[in-house]
Write a protein that binds this ligand. Structure first.
Ligand code: DLL
Length: 434
Protein backbone atom coordinates (compact mmCIF):
# COMPACT_ATOMS: atom_id res chain seq x y z
CA UNK A 1 0.00 0.00 0.00
CA UNK A 2 1.13 3.53 -0.74
CA UNK A 3 -0.24 6.57 1.13
CA UNK A 4 0.07 9.16 -1.61
CA UNK A 5 0.25 7.11 -4.78
CA UNK A 6 0.42 10.13 -7.08
CA UNK A 7 3.45 11.76 -5.49
CA UNK A 8 5.28 8.70 -4.20
CA UNK A 9 5.37 7.03 -7.60
CA UNK A 10 5.97 10.07 -9.83
CA UNK A 11 8.12 9.04 -12.81
CA UNK A 12 11.58 10.58 -12.47
CA UNK A 13 11.21 13.23 -15.21
CA UNK A 14 8.02 14.52 -13.62
CA UNK A 15 9.57 14.35 -10.15
CA UNK A 16 12.58 16.32 -11.33
CA UNK A 17 10.41 18.93 -13.03
CA UNK A 18 8.51 19.38 -9.78
CA UNK A 19 11.75 19.57 -7.79
CA UNK A 20 13.13 22.27 -10.07
CA UNK A 21 9.99 24.34 -9.84
CA UNK A 22 10.01 24.09 -6.06
CA UNK A 23 13.75 24.70 -5.82
CA UNK A 24 13.51 27.90 -7.86
CA UNK A 25 10.72 29.22 -5.72
CA UNK A 26 12.58 28.32 -2.51
CA UNK A 27 15.73 30.11 -3.62
CA UNK A 28 13.74 33.20 -4.60
CA UNK A 29 11.97 33.17 -1.28
CA UNK A 30 15.07 32.79 0.89
CA UNK A 31 16.92 35.41 -1.14
CA UNK A 32 14.15 37.90 -0.51
CA UNK A 33 13.32 36.97 3.09
CA UNK A 34 16.46 35.80 4.85
CA UNK A 35 19.50 38.13 5.06
CA UNK A 36 21.81 35.15 5.66
CA UNK A 37 20.97 33.67 2.27
CA UNK A 38 20.97 36.99 0.46
CA UNK A 39 24.48 37.68 1.75
CA UNK A 40 25.64 34.16 0.89
CA UNK A 41 24.32 34.31 -2.66
CA UNK A 42 25.60 37.85 -3.19
CA UNK A 43 29.03 36.76 -2.01
CA UNK A 44 28.97 33.79 -4.40
CA UNK A 45 27.88 36.16 -7.20
CA UNK A 46 24.61 34.32 -7.79
CA UNK A 47 21.08 35.58 -8.23
CA UNK A 48 18.01 33.34 -7.93
CA UNK A 49 17.49 33.55 -11.70
CA UNK A 50 20.77 31.64 -12.16
CA UNK A 51 19.09 28.48 -10.90
CA UNK A 52 17.74 26.86 -14.05
CA UNK A 53 18.48 23.20 -13.51
CA UNK A 54 18.78 20.87 -10.54
CA UNK A 55 22.55 20.71 -10.98
CA UNK A 56 22.71 24.52 -10.58
CA UNK A 57 22.11 23.75 -6.91
CA UNK A 58 25.81 22.98 -6.67
CA UNK A 59 26.61 26.64 -7.29
CA UNK A 60 25.04 27.56 -3.98
CA UNK A 61 26.94 27.76 -0.70
CA UNK A 62 26.37 25.18 2.04
CA UNK A 63 24.53 25.91 5.25
CA UNK A 64 26.07 24.57 8.46
CA UNK A 65 24.69 23.89 11.92
CA UNK A 66 26.90 26.75 13.10
CA UNK A 67 24.97 29.14 10.82
CA UNK A 68 21.81 28.17 12.70
CA UNK A 69 23.54 28.73 16.02
CA UNK A 70 24.86 32.10 14.85
CA UNK A 71 21.34 33.20 14.01
CA UNK A 72 19.89 31.86 17.27
CA UNK A 73 17.01 31.73 17.83
CA UNK A 74 14.97 32.95 14.87
CA UNK A 75 17.44 34.50 12.43
CA UNK A 76 16.92 31.97 9.62
CA UNK A 77 13.12 32.06 9.77
CA UNK A 78 11.67 33.08 6.42
CA UNK A 79 8.22 34.16 7.61
CA UNK A 80 6.99 36.62 10.23
CA UNK A 81 6.49 35.11 13.71
CA UNK A 82 2.70 35.44 13.33
CA UNK A 83 2.84 32.61 10.80
CA UNK A 84 4.83 30.24 13.02
CA UNK A 85 2.53 27.82 14.82
CA UNK A 86 5.12 25.51 16.37
CA UNK A 87 8.68 25.71 17.62
CA UNK A 88 11.02 22.78 18.23
CA UNK A 89 14.66 22.70 19.19
CA UNK A 90 17.42 20.22 19.18
CA UNK A 91 19.59 20.26 22.27
CA UNK A 92 22.79 19.03 20.71
CA UNK A 93 25.74 18.19 22.87
CA UNK A 94 27.53 21.52 22.79
CA UNK A 95 26.46 25.12 22.56
CA UNK A 96 23.06 26.60 22.07
CA UNK A 97 20.15 24.55 20.76
CA UNK A 98 19.17 24.87 17.12
CA UNK A 99 15.69 26.27 16.85
CA UNK A 100 13.18 25.49 14.12
CA UNK A 101 9.76 26.99 13.38
CA UNK A 102 6.83 25.54 11.44
CA UNK A 103 4.00 27.28 9.66
CA UNK A 104 0.61 25.61 9.54
CA UNK A 105 1.46 24.31 6.10
CA UNK A 106 4.81 22.94 7.33
CA UNK A 107 2.95 20.94 10.00
CA UNK A 108 0.58 19.64 7.33
CA UNK A 109 3.44 18.54 5.09
CA UNK A 110 5.23 16.93 8.04
CA UNK A 111 2.06 15.05 9.03
CA UNK A 112 1.62 13.80 5.49
CA UNK A 113 5.25 12.69 5.21
CA UNK A 114 4.99 10.87 8.53
CA UNK A 115 1.73 9.25 7.37
CA UNK A 116 3.50 8.16 4.18
CA UNK A 117 6.32 6.82 6.35
CA UNK A 118 3.94 4.81 8.52
CA UNK A 119 2.38 3.20 5.46
CA UNK A 120 5.81 2.49 3.96
CA UNK A 121 6.67 0.76 7.24
CA UNK A 122 3.60 -1.46 6.91
CA UNK A 123 1.24 0.39 9.25
CA UNK A 124 -2.32 1.36 8.35
CA UNK A 125 -5.57 2.86 9.53
CA UNK A 126 -6.83 0.64 12.32
CA UNK A 127 -3.39 0.23 13.82
CA UNK A 128 -2.84 1.17 17.44
CA UNK A 129 0.35 3.19 17.42
CA UNK A 130 2.25 3.19 20.69
CA UNK A 131 4.36 6.32 20.43
CA UNK A 132 7.28 6.18 22.85
CA UNK A 133 9.35 8.92 21.23
CA UNK A 134 9.75 11.80 23.63
CA UNK A 135 7.17 14.61 23.45
CA UNK A 136 8.47 18.11 23.87
CA UNK A 137 11.09 20.18 22.09
CA UNK A 138 12.39 16.95 20.53
CA UNK A 139 10.61 16.38 17.22
CA UNK A 140 10.19 12.60 17.61
CA UNK A 141 7.04 12.52 19.74
CA UNK A 142 4.88 15.15 18.09
CA UNK A 143 6.14 14.29 14.60
CA UNK A 144 5.06 10.66 14.90
CA UNK A 145 1.88 11.71 16.71
CA UNK A 146 0.61 14.01 13.96
CA UNK A 147 1.54 11.48 11.29
CA UNK A 148 -0.32 8.70 13.07
CA UNK A 149 -3.43 10.87 13.38
CA UNK A 150 -3.19 11.91 9.75
CA UNK A 151 -3.06 8.23 8.81
CA UNK A 152 -6.21 7.69 10.83
CA UNK A 153 -4.60 5.23 13.22
CA UNK A 154 -5.22 5.31 16.97
CA UNK A 155 -2.25 6.90 18.62
CA UNK A 156 -1.22 6.32 22.23
CA UNK A 157 0.88 9.34 23.24
CA UNK A 158 3.17 7.52 25.68
CA UNK A 159 6.34 9.61 25.31
CA UNK A 160 9.55 8.10 26.70
CA UNK A 161 10.12 6.75 30.19
CA UNK A 162 7.81 5.03 32.68
CA UNK A 163 9.03 1.79 31.21
CA UNK A 164 6.95 -0.65 33.28
CA UNK A 165 3.79 1.23 32.47
CA UNK A 166 4.65 1.12 28.78
CA UNK A 167 4.57 -2.68 28.94
CA UNK A 168 1.25 -2.73 30.73
CA UNK A 169 -0.29 -0.33 28.22
CA UNK A 170 1.14 -2.19 25.26
CA UNK A 171 -0.42 -5.39 26.55
CA UNK A 172 -3.78 -4.04 27.70
CA UNK A 173 -4.34 -1.55 24.86
CA UNK A 174 -3.27 -4.01 22.18
CA UNK A 175 -0.61 -1.81 20.59
CA UNK A 176 0.24 -3.00 17.11
CA UNK A 177 2.94 -0.50 16.14
CA UNK A 178 5.77 0.77 18.35
CA UNK A 179 7.67 3.98 17.69
CA UNK A 180 10.79 4.75 19.74
CA UNK A 181 14.56 4.70 19.51
CA UNK A 182 16.08 1.29 18.73
CA UNK A 183 17.92 1.31 22.06
CA UNK A 184 14.71 2.00 23.97
CA UNK A 185 12.99 -0.90 22.20
CA UNK A 186 15.56 -3.24 23.73
CA UNK A 187 15.02 -1.70 27.14
CA UNK A 188 11.30 -2.34 26.70
CA UNK A 189 12.02 -5.96 25.75
CA UNK A 190 14.04 -6.36 28.91
CA UNK A 191 11.38 -4.74 31.08
CA UNK A 192 8.72 -6.99 29.58
CA UNK A 193 10.72 -10.03 30.55
CA UNK A 194 10.96 -8.74 34.10
CA UNK A 195 7.22 -8.15 34.19
CA UNK A 196 6.62 -11.67 32.94
CA UNK A 197 5.21 -10.41 29.64
CA UNK A 198 6.16 -12.34 26.54
CA UNK A 199 6.40 -10.14 23.45
CA UNK A 200 5.14 -13.08 21.41
CA UNK A 201 1.83 -12.83 23.22
CA UNK A 202 1.43 -9.13 22.30
CA UNK A 203 -0.29 -7.81 19.18
CA UNK A 204 2.77 -5.76 18.27
CA UNK A 205 3.67 -6.24 14.60
CA UNK A 206 5.87 -3.35 13.47
CA UNK A 207 8.50 -1.15 15.11
CA UNK A 208 9.58 2.16 13.61
CA UNK A 209 12.95 3.03 15.02
CA UNK A 210 15.30 5.94 14.48
CA UNK A 211 16.84 9.11 15.96
CA UNK A 212 20.15 7.30 16.56
CA UNK A 213 22.45 5.06 14.56
CA UNK A 214 21.86 1.31 14.73
CA UNK A 215 23.20 -1.60 12.78
CA UNK A 216 21.72 -4.37 10.67
CA UNK A 217 22.72 -6.88 13.36
CA UNK A 218 20.90 -4.78 15.95
CA UNK A 219 17.81 -5.01 13.74
CA UNK A 220 17.97 -8.83 13.86
CA UNK A 221 18.38 -8.72 17.63
CA UNK A 222 15.36 -6.41 18.02
CA UNK A 223 13.21 -8.38 15.58
CA UNK A 224 13.79 -11.60 17.43
CA UNK A 225 13.48 -10.14 20.95
CA UNK A 226 10.27 -8.22 20.17
CA UNK A 227 8.90 -10.58 17.55
CA UNK A 228 8.21 -7.74 15.11
CA UNK A 229 9.33 -6.28 11.80
CA UNK A 230 11.78 -3.43 12.59
CA UNK A 231 11.95 -0.46 10.22
CA UNK A 232 14.57 2.28 10.09
CA UNK A 233 13.31 5.88 10.03
CA UNK A 234 15.53 8.91 9.59
CA UNK A 235 15.10 12.58 10.17
CA UNK A 236 16.55 15.63 11.83
CA UNK A 237 14.91 18.60 13.42
CA UNK A 238 16.70 21.13 11.24
CA UNK A 239 15.11 19.64 8.12
CA UNK A 240 11.73 18.70 9.64
CA UNK A 241 11.99 15.96 12.26
CA UNK A 242 11.26 12.25 11.81
CA UNK A 243 9.99 11.15 8.41
CA UNK A 244 12.59 12.69 6.10
CA UNK A 245 13.34 9.15 4.93
CA UNK A 246 12.14 5.65 5.79
CA UNK A 247 12.60 2.07 4.69
CA UNK A 248 9.70 0.38 2.96
CA UNK A 249 8.72 -2.92 4.55
CA UNK A 250 8.58 -4.53 1.12
CA UNK A 251 12.34 -4.24 0.56
CA UNK A 252 13.89 -3.10 3.87
CA UNK A 253 16.83 -2.09 1.78
CA UNK A 254 17.56 1.62 1.96
CA UNK A 255 15.40 4.52 3.15
CA UNK A 256 13.21 6.34 0.63
CA UNK A 257 13.84 10.05 1.00
CA UNK A 258 10.72 12.06 0.18
CA UNK A 259 12.15 13.78 -2.84
CA UNK A 260 9.15 15.93 -3.67
CA UNK A 261 10.03 17.87 -0.49
CA UNK A 262 13.76 17.34 -0.02
CA UNK A 263 16.65 17.45 -2.47
CA UNK A 264 19.42 15.10 -1.36
CA UNK A 265 23.07 15.31 -2.34
CA UNK A 266 25.95 13.14 -1.16
CA UNK A 267 29.23 14.97 -0.93
CA UNK A 268 32.81 14.34 0.05
CA UNK A 269 32.92 16.13 3.41
CA UNK A 270 36.47 17.30 2.76
CA UNK A 271 36.13 18.75 -0.73
CA UNK A 272 32.41 19.48 -0.82
CA UNK A 273 32.15 17.82 -4.25
CA UNK A 274 29.45 15.31 -5.12
CA UNK A 275 30.50 11.67 -4.87
CA UNK A 276 29.29 9.13 -7.46
CA UNK A 277 25.99 7.31 -6.87
CA UNK A 278 26.43 4.44 -4.42
CA UNK A 279 29.50 5.88 -2.74
CA UNK A 280 29.54 6.93 0.87
CA UNK A 281 29.66 10.57 1.82
CA UNK A 282 27.89 13.26 3.82
CA UNK A 283 24.20 13.78 3.22
CA UNK A 284 23.32 17.34 2.27
CA UNK A 285 19.64 18.31 2.11
CA UNK A 286 17.83 21.26 0.54
CA UNK A 287 14.22 21.70 1.61
CA UNK A 288 12.01 22.69 -1.33
CA UNK A 289 8.60 23.21 0.26
CA UNK A 290 9.35 24.40 3.77
CA UNK A 291 8.04 27.85 4.71
CA UNK A 292 9.10 28.49 8.32
CA UNK A 293 12.78 27.78 8.00
CA UNK A 294 13.81 26.61 4.54
CA UNK A 295 17.37 25.28 4.44
CA UNK A 296 19.60 25.33 1.39
CA UNK A 297 22.31 22.68 1.09
CA UNK A 298 22.24 21.85 4.78
CA UNK A 299 25.23 19.77 5.91
CA UNK A 300 23.64 17.01 8.00
CA UNK A 301 27.02 15.46 8.98
CA UNK A 302 25.32 12.08 8.54
CA UNK A 303 27.23 9.55 6.48
CA UNK A 304 25.35 7.48 3.91
CA UNK A 305 25.13 6.71 0.18
CA UNK A 306 22.27 7.09 -2.30
CA UNK A 307 20.75 4.94 -5.03
CA UNK A 308 18.24 5.86 -7.72
CA UNK A 309 17.63 2.20 -8.64
CA UNK A 310 13.96 1.28 -8.84
CA UNK A 311 12.56 -0.35 -5.71
CA UNK A 312 10.23 -3.36 -5.55
CA UNK A 313 7.67 -1.31 -3.61
CA UNK A 314 6.95 0.92 -6.61
CA UNK A 315 8.00 4.17 -4.96
CA UNK A 316 10.21 6.19 -7.26
CA UNK A 317 11.95 8.23 -4.59
CA UNK A 318 15.69 7.61 -4.16
CA UNK A 319 16.93 5.50 -1.28
CA UNK A 320 19.68 6.39 1.16
CA UNK A 321 21.59 3.66 2.98
CA UNK A 322 21.29 3.09 6.72
CA UNK A 323 23.39 5.82 8.34
CA UNK A 324 26.81 4.62 9.43
CA UNK A 325 26.94 7.48 11.88
CA UNK A 326 27.65 11.19 12.02
CA UNK A 327 30.98 12.45 10.85
CA UNK A 328 31.36 14.15 14.23
CA UNK A 329 30.74 10.83 16.02
CA UNK A 330 33.52 9.12 14.14
CA UNK A 331 36.24 7.99 16.49
CA UNK A 332 39.84 8.22 15.50
CA UNK A 333 41.73 5.68 17.57
CA UNK A 334 45.44 5.77 16.88
CA UNK A 335 44.76 6.85 13.35
CA UNK A 336 42.03 4.30 12.62
CA UNK A 337 38.64 5.79 11.80
CA UNK A 338 35.70 3.89 13.21
CA UNK A 339 32.05 4.50 13.86
CA UNK A 340 30.47 3.11 17.02
CA UNK A 341 27.95 1.32 14.77
CA UNK A 342 30.78 -0.74 13.25
CA UNK A 343 31.76 -2.01 16.67
CA UNK A 344 28.10 -2.69 17.37
CA UNK A 345 27.94 -4.83 14.23
CA UNK A 346 30.85 -6.95 15.36
CA UNK A 347 29.48 -7.34 18.89
CA UNK A 348 26.01 -8.34 17.81
CA UNK A 349 27.30 -11.22 15.74
CA UNK A 350 28.85 -12.84 18.79
CA UNK A 351 26.78 -15.30 20.73
CA UNK A 352 26.04 -14.69 24.42
CA UNK A 353 26.75 -10.98 23.97
CA UNK A 354 23.83 -8.73 24.83
CA UNK A 355 22.91 -5.62 22.81
CA UNK A 356 24.07 -3.18 25.48
CA UNK A 357 27.50 -1.67 25.16
CA UNK A 358 29.56 1.42 25.90
CA UNK A 359 32.78 2.63 24.32
CA UNK A 360 35.27 4.44 26.51
CA UNK A 361 37.99 6.31 24.72
CA UNK A 362 40.93 7.70 26.63
CA UNK A 363 44.55 8.63 26.17
CA UNK A 364 47.37 7.02 28.13
CA UNK A 365 51.03 7.90 27.59
CA UNK A 366 50.04 9.86 24.50
CA UNK A 367 48.32 6.84 22.99
CA UNK A 368 44.61 6.52 22.39
CA UNK A 369 42.93 3.64 24.18
CA UNK A 370 39.57 2.09 23.51
CA UNK A 371 37.69 0.06 26.05
CA UNK A 372 34.60 -1.79 24.91
CA UNK A 373 32.25 -2.59 27.76
CA UNK A 374 29.58 -5.06 26.81
CA UNK A 375 27.05 -7.05 28.74
CA UNK A 376 26.94 -10.81 28.49
CA UNK A 377 24.46 -13.52 29.22
CA UNK A 378 23.66 -13.96 32.91
CA UNK A 379 24.56 -17.62 32.67
CA UNK A 380 27.94 -16.93 31.16
CA UNK A 381 28.70 -14.45 33.87
CA UNK A 382 28.21 -17.06 36.57
CA UNK A 383 30.49 -19.43 34.62
CA UNK A 384 34.16 -19.88 35.29
CA UNK A 385 36.37 -16.83 34.89
CA UNK A 386 38.41 -18.47 32.18
CA UNK A 387 35.34 -18.67 29.93
CA UNK A 388 34.82 -14.95 30.32
CA UNK A 389 38.44 -14.25 29.57
CA UNK A 390 38.36 -16.40 26.47
CA UNK A 391 35.27 -14.61 25.22
CA UNK A 392 36.76 -11.18 25.87
CA UNK A 393 39.86 -12.14 23.94
CA UNK A 394 37.83 -13.56 21.08
CA UNK A 395 35.92 -10.28 20.81
CA UNK A 396 39.14 -8.24 20.93
CA UNK A 397 40.51 -10.34 18.08
CA UNK A 398 37.33 -10.04 16.04
CA UNK A 399 37.33 -6.23 16.42
CA UNK A 400 41.01 -6.11 15.47
CA UNK A 401 40.44 -8.35 12.43
CA UNK A 402 37.31 -6.60 11.22
CA UNK A 403 38.10 -2.97 12.01
CA UNK A 404 41.85 -2.86 12.47
CA UNK A 405 41.70 -1.32 15.90
CA UNK A 406 43.14 -2.72 19.11
CA UNK A 407 40.82 -2.50 22.10
CA UNK A 408 40.31 -3.85 25.55
CA UNK A 409 37.03 -5.69 26.02
CA UNK A 410 35.43 -5.65 29.45
CA UNK A 411 32.52 -8.04 29.84
CA UNK A 412 30.06 -6.75 32.36
CA UNK A 413 27.07 -8.19 34.15
CA UNK A 414 23.63 -7.88 32.65
CA UNK A 415 21.91 -4.53 33.31
CA UNK A 416 25.03 -2.65 34.38
CA UNK A 417 25.16 -0.36 31.38
CA UNK A 418 22.82 2.58 31.69
CA UNK A 419 19.61 2.09 29.70
CA UNK A 420 18.33 4.94 27.60
CA UNK A 421 14.76 6.13 27.18
CA UNK A 422 15.69 8.19 24.14
CA UNK A 423 18.95 8.49 22.26
CA UNK A 424 21.51 6.10 23.69
CA UNK A 425 24.89 7.40 24.75
CA UNK A 426 27.35 4.90 23.36
CA UNK A 427 30.64 6.73 23.71
CA UNK A 428 32.49 8.39 26.57
CA UNK A 429 35.50 10.20 25.22
CA UNK A 430 37.81 11.23 28.03
CA UNK A 431 40.60 12.47 25.80
CA UNK A 432 39.62 16.09 26.18
CA UNK A 433 39.77 15.86 29.97
CA UNK A 434 43.53 15.56 30.25
O1 DLL B 1 16.32 12.51 15.93
C1 DLL B 1 14.45 13.16 14.55
C2 DLL B 1 13.94 11.77 14.59
C3 DLL B 1 13.02 11.42 15.57
C4 DLL B 1 14.32 10.85 13.64
C5 DLL B 1 12.51 10.13 15.60
C6 DLL B 1 13.81 9.57 13.63
C7 DLL B 1 12.91 9.22 14.64
P1 DLL B 1 17.40 15.29 16.01
O2 DLL B 1 17.23 15.13 17.47
O3 DLL B 1 17.57 16.64 15.44
O4 DLL B 1 16.18 14.69 15.25
O5 DLL B 1 18.64 14.40 15.61
C8 DLL B 1 18.97 14.21 14.26
O6 DLL B 1 19.86 12.00 14.68
O7 DLL B 1 21.24 14.06 12.12
C9 DLL B 1 21.24 11.71 12.82
O8 DLL B 1 22.58 11.94 13.21
C10 DLL B 1 20.51 10.99 13.92
N1 DLL B 1 19.50 10.09 13.34
C11 DLL B 1 18.19 10.30 13.16
N2 DLL B 1 17.61 9.19 12.63
C12 DLL B 1 18.60 8.28 12.44
C13 DLL B 1 18.65 6.96 11.92
C14 DLL B 1 15.73 13.37 15.32
N3 DLL B 1 17.57 6.31 11.49
C15 DLL B 1 20.15 13.29 14.14
N4 DLL B 1 19.87 6.36 11.88
C16 DLL B 1 20.50 13.01 12.69
C17 DLL B 1 20.98 6.98 12.32
C18 DLL B 1 19.81 8.85 12.90
N5 DLL B 1 20.97 8.21 12.83
Amino acid sequence: MIYNEEFETLPRPALEALQLKRLKSTIKRVYNQVPFYREGLDKAGIIPEDINSLSDLQKLPFTHKQDMRDSYPYGLFAVPMEEIVRIHASSGTTGKPTVVGYTRKDIEVWSELMARSFVAAGAHKGDIIHNAYGYGLFTGGLGAHYGAERLGASVIPMSGGNTKKQILIMKDFGSTVLTCTPSYSLYLAEAALEEGVDFKSLRLRVGIFGAEPWSESMRKEIESKLNICAIDIYGLSEIMGPGVAIECHEAKNGLHIWEDHFLPEIIDPETGNLVPEGEKGELVITTITKEGIPLVRYRTRDITSITYDPCVCGRTHARIARMSGRSDDMLIIRGVNIFPSQIESVLMKIEKVEPHYLLIVDRKDNLDTLEVQVEVDEQLFSDEVKHLQALAQAIEKEIKDMLGVTCKVRLVEPKTILRSEGKAKRVIDKRGEH
